[in-house]
Design a protein around this ligand. Structure first.
Ligand SMILES: Cc1cc2nc3c(=O)[nH]c(=O)nc-3n(C[C@H](O)[C@H](O)[C@H](O)COP(=O)(O)OP(=O)(O)OC[C@H]3O[C@@H](n4cnc5c(N)ncnc54)[C@H](O)[C@@H]3O)c2cc1C
Length: 460
């Protein structure tokens, strides 16, 4: 490693505080100190770093803001962390083509703000948008509440540039809206979790921003009612721009932690709906339809109060559950929307088996349910022993219902042990072959996504 540090000395730091700041992300994975942190300034720096790393078999991990929830930015053992913070420029806002050209280190909210200055909109809205970077969003194909109507990050990537793991440059897509030339490698790089390539430039599609927006809160007697309401609404002509689901337990936890009481905390299940449109009349029509469908459910209530309070409650849930319970692990499985009720029912049935508590909330409209496994009674050792069994059961249930292991956060380190539940050996082989083709020396984030015999041995 000394050779690398010497070669790139102008860009490298071995300051312990900097190493520590690059050792973890926001997953449950243990931190791993990198041997050094290299902060490239230019595309040429990235090419040189990758070529040198290939030649000398140094493993590297690219890092965005480190907000990831599956360990993707956790460095490899004896590895190098590549810090992308200097790739932070908005290169062009192209109004003629409704697109924006950016570097990967730009914070997502800066993209949104820049577009909105000109009446345009970049819709993807991960809850971490005020600090995560667009490069990390593309590598994870991040989504958010708006995905229900507007899709996820990958749906807005027109073009992408960068370097494959072997140091060779690539450029796929551009400013064209339609492009079916060749294999869709751009889509392959989107969501590849920093294992195939380092992204250095992105062209993002922008759309007109709806002028009117309204959020309402509906409460129901049961999870089934909440889910059935939304299915019925989705069959109507309305497309909500968000439909978030929260069990009562979630709101109770927010009330407890924030020492507040919320009028909307009435039913066992809650659905937060957001509507957007280009006229107030459209919103009024949607509200009328919501009232008609809601009347079919006994004791269902509609709260049409402070939008910002409703969204504050939704955003506070994860932290509130973490404060209320001694132990928490959260998964972001996705099931087909029509299977949500069955999934939630089966989850509750798990509770009787082992004293674990299962609390769900999340994106009801698209089936991406944040599933929290919680416990107060176990010691740390008992929890560590048991939690994997329950995560496995949750994953098995979700796959049985035709779901997938992760809807937003990626596989990374956290879910790689479950990959074989979802893919056949042949499918995994094809993915590994693609990895080898882009990164023949296996230097780019090699321990992520796939299980390897030699697991991470040394932790910080
Ligand atoms: C409070 C909170 C809320 C969140 N809410 C959401 C949500 O609503 N929806 C959602 O989808 N996620 C959410 N996340 C997860 C996280 O914010 C996203 O996964 C985000 O995309 C990560 O971006 P980042 O810049 O932090 O990337 P990092 O965590 O630094 O890295 C993530 C992955 O991207 C790779 N990577 C980073 N930059 C590049 C690059 N230039 N080229 C190639 N690979 C790269 C890394 O190697 C790593 O594998 C949330 C996280 C937190 C902490």
């Amino acid at each position: 490693m000394g050779d690398f540090i010497e070669k790139f000395r102008d860009l490298v730091s071995v300051n312990p505080e900097i190493l520590h700041a690059h050792s973890a992300d926001k997953s449950y994975e243990e931190a791993v100190l990198p041997k050094c942190v290299v902060t490239p300034e230019t595309d040429d720096d990235i090419r040189d770093i990758l070529r040198y790393a290939n030649e000398h078999k140094h493993v590297v991990t690219v890092r965005g803001a480190g907000s990831g929830k599956s360990g993707g930015a956790v460095p490899e053992i004896n590895g190098i962390a590549i810090n992308m913070e200097h790739f932070n420029k908005i290169i062009e806002l192209d109004l003629e083509n409704s697109c924006m050209v950016v570097q990967p280190g730009v914070i997502v909210d800066q993209i949104k703000e820049k577009a909105e200055e000109k009446g345009l909109w970049y819709p993807p809205d991960p809850s971490s948008s005020d600090w995560c970077m667009i490069g990390g969003n593309i590598a994870e194909n991040a989504g958010g509440a708006a995905a229900l109507k507007y899709g996820v990050t990958g749906d807005y990537v027109l073009g992408i540039e960068g370097f494959f793991g072997n140091g060779e440059p690539f450029k796929f897509g551009g400013k064209c809206v339609k492009d079916v030339a060749g294999y869709d490698i751009k889509r392959l790089i989107i969501g590849s979790e920093g294992t195939l390539a380092i992204i250095t430039k992105i062209i993002l599609k922008l759309i007109p921003k709806p002028r009117y927006e309204k959020s309402i809160w509906c409460s129901f007697n049961s999870l089934e009612d909440g889910s059935s309401f939304l299915r019925q609404m989705m069959r109507s002509s309305i497309r909500f721009s968000a439909a978030e689901f929260m069990e009562k337990e979630c709101i109770d936890a927010v009330e407890l932690v924030r020492k507040e009481r919320y009028e909307c905390n009435q039913g066992q299940a809650n659905v937060l709906l957001r509507m957007d449109a280009y006229s107030q009349e459209e919103i009024d029509v949607m509200m009328g339809d919501v009232r008609v469908v809601l009347a079919r459910f006994s004791n269902a209530q509609l709260f049409d109060g402070d939008d910002s309070q409703y969204w504050m409650i939704r955003r506070a849930i994860s932290e509130a559950l973490g404060s209320k319970y001694k132990h928490k692990i959260s998964e972001d499985i996705t099931v087909p929307p029509g299977e949500i009720s069955r999934y939630l029912k089966a989850l509750k049935a798990f509770e009787s088996e082992d004293g674990m508590v299962f609390v769900a909330y999340g994106h009801l409209g698209d089936g991406n349910i944040h599933t929290n496994i919680l416990n107060d009674a176990l010691t740390k050792e008992e929890w560590n022993d048991k939690k994997e069994t329950w995560v496995q059961k949750v994953m098995e249930l979700c796959v049985e219902l035709g779901g997938t292991l992760t809807g937003e956060h990626g596989i990374g380190l956290s879910k790689k042990k479950y990959v074989s539940l979802f893919f056949t050996d042949q499918e995994i082989k094809i993915m590994k072959d693609i990895k080898t083709s882009c990164d023949p020396n296996n230097i780019l984030n090699p321990s992520k996504i796939f299980m390897r015999k030699k697991m991470q041995e040394k932790k910080v």
